[in-house]
Write a protein that binds this ligand. Structure first.
Ligand code: UDP
Length: 315
């Protein structure tokens, strides 16, 4: 199978590349390296089934490739709050014009295209856990809107390309995910706290730490995505992919402290604006449609992640 991955040097793109190459597929990756790392894609260059092209999806993709793809995964977008808030217009442009370029390519090639949407489309949710039918509670004037609204209209683009142009789309909503090939400096809670723990620095809890998140290990997500891609064309989503076991950020910090085993202590910092108070996926649809649910418990996933970051520190 011939596969295109945009955002191929990012966290999910790298893990998906690894899995597809292991299965013997031919993978082309594109990335503009806005907030991803050369290290991530360079490891695959010796593989004859892998090609990397430095490209920004905000520019047309149509003249880049000679042969058509069977599948396209669109992972190209900054996803951590500090990264997507750094240049809100860039984030919006990537979520809209960038996605349209990907959809145009998929339509032309008659390829299946999977859009990485997000639990952020639920905003600061008033329904808990969040089902796909929940319409969300997003502050359109807020600092997170460039990403939240960008991803919301991204879904609308996908559903309307499917309706108007028969584009073979799949929309997944990804909840907090962690694991190897995350960027240690992207500012997310897992990478922040693990790096702080490993370096013996203070572990920063934003606000009172009673806000919750549900953390999914990357291998579970990748398996879910592969299963979504394998569904028939009449299944277009949206579908939640996440781990329903919910933790407060305070509990999470304590676990990291225990597992990294350093002299760190927990310190409080201000809660960022519009920080969602809770988040937990309802995954009944994924169970029913994909026969999928996460298998890796937080502690096991964290062990592998800590190991990855520890090796990175020793480079
Ligand atoms: N957070 C924290 N300390 C950090 C980074 C984040 O307490 O060093 C909190 C943040 O305020 C949020 C949660 O952890 O409530 C998850 O934040 P993250 O940036 O990973 O992603 P989000 O789920 O908010 O998009």
């Amino acid at each position: 199978m011939r596969v295109l991955i945009t955002g191929a040097a990012g966290f999910i793109g790298t893990n998906m590349t690894k899995r597809l190459l292991e299965e013997g597929h031919s993978v082309t990756g594109t990335d503009n390296l806005y907030c991803s790392s050369e290290r991530n894609y360079k490891q695959f260059l010796p593989n004859p089934n892998y090609t990397f092209i430095k490209h920004d999806i905000r520019d047309s993709l149509e003249d880049l490739f000679r042969e058509p793809f069977d599948q396209i995964f669109n992972f190209a977008c900054p996803a951590s709050p500090p990264n997507y808030q750094r240049d809100p217009l860039y984030t919006l442009d990537t979520c809209t014009n960038g996605l349209v370029n990907v959809l145009e390519l998929a339509t032309k090639m008659h390829a299946k295209v999977l859009q990485a949407s997000t639990s952020e489309i639920y905003g600061d949710p008033l329904e808990h856990p969040q089902k796909e039918s929940y319409r969300g509670n997003v502050n359109i004037f807020g600092v997170r809107a460039c990403y939240d609204e960008g991803k919301r209209v991204g879904e609308t683009f996908c559903f309307n390309y499917n309706k108007s142009k028969n584009t073979r789309i799949k929309v997944i909503r990804i909840f907090n995910t962690y694991g190897p090939f995350m960027d240690p400096g992207d500012g997310r809670v897992i990478s922040n706290m693990v790096m702080q723990g490993l370096r013996g620095g203070d572990i920063t809890v934003f606000g009172d730490g009673n806000q919750t998140r549900s953390f999914q290990y990357i291998d579970d997500l990748i398996e879910g995505i592969i299963r979504v891609m394998a569904t028939e064309d009449d299944f277009i989503g949206p579908i939640n992919l996440g781990n329903p076991s919910e933790f407060t950020i305070k509990e999470f910090a304590e676990l990291i402290l225990e597992m990294t085993g350093n002299k760190s202590k927990i310190v409080r910092k201000d809660l960022p604006l519009d920080d969602p108070k809770k988040r937990k996926p309802d995954i009944s649809l994924a169970k029913e449609k994909l026969d999928w649910e996460p298998k890796i418990e937080l502690k096991n996933g964290l062990e592998k992640t800590i190991e990855y970051f520890r090796n990175l520190e020793n480079l």
